[in-house]
Design a protein around this ligand. Sequence first.
Ligand code: SF4
Length: 68
Amino acid sequence: MGLKEYKGEKITVYFDGEICEHAAECVKGLPEVFNVKARPWISLDKVDAKKVVEVIDRCPSRALTYKI
Ligand code: SF4
């Protein structure tokens, strides 16, 4: 429970499923990174860290956060 951590080369993403509002900004914004059908559902290998930051900044609930 609580915060889960997803590590990429340049960015680490944290996700708190308990506060996610399922607004889907993340999955709409970057489907190649945020894919609820994949395990793990966040995959940071294929994408520029800057784009990940842009999408995470739109997360309304702050369920997604990051560290560069
Ligand atoms: S953008 Fe934030 S609130 Fe919306 S589904 Fe993604 S993690 Fe949940």
